[in-house]
Design a protein around this ligand. Sequence first.
Ligand SMILES: Nc1nc2c(ncn2[C@@H]2O[C@H](COP(=O)(O)OP(=O)(O)OP(=O)(O)O)[C@@H](O)[C@H]2O)c(=O)[nH]1
Ligand SMILES: [Mg+2]
Length: 199
Amino acid sequence: MKIARTEFTTSMATFSPEAIKAIPRVAVAGRSNVGKSSFINYFANRGGLAKTSSTPGKTKLLNFFEVNGGEFYLVDLPGYGFAKASDAEKARWAGMIDGYLSSDELLKCVLVLVDCRHTPTALDRQMVAYLHHNRIPFFVVATKADKLSRAQLNRQLSVIANAFAMGRADITPTSSSAKTGLDAVLARLDIMLAPPAEE
Ligand SMILES: Nc1nc2c(ncn2[C@@H]2O[C@H](COP(=O)(O)OP(=O)(O)OP(=O)(O)O)[C@@H](O)[C@H]2O)c(=O)[nH]1
Ligand SMILES: [Mg+2]
């Protein structure tokens, strides 16, 4: 697919499908500070479209971005696993993420972002198990690839794949600052968003 245009549509604390168009959705999930909002800016080729911060816990709502004038929405989610958040805040964000993922009938795919430098956490594995269990298609994107040498990155991609019991080729490395990896993500999305073949 080609991304001609990505525009902010709306933010919600509770998912209400009647507030947006009935078009497919692709959600971006991951730990706080992993680079979800930066990835959306890279995707959109527009710095500042989604708000980013070096301090974790920046995105606090479900944010919908309309791609190519109605092809699908890209959904920026709050992060999980922010250690310094209060218990009430953690519970609210988890409720928002789960409430959204479990109720959006037009959700076609989730991009699970993990930082390429770190071994996935229990919460990352829980997210992947949840998506499996609920039969929500997803794939894993390793962010911040610019932070590692090629050899280090290759090693880490194996570590990440092992943690999720996946193949190395199932993990797509990206860098939103160096602008690498988007083509591979778009190629996977093409497959996920294609209408099912007729029998
Ligand atoms: N070097 C490098 N830094 C990145 C990259 N992507 C994001 N960052 C930095 O990581 C920090 C967090 O980025 P965000 O995009 O705000 O992360 P987020 O996942 O949306 O975080 P929350 O909204 O808090 O959950 C920022 O300081 C970004 O500049 C990348 O590809 N390379
Ligand atoms: Mg964010």
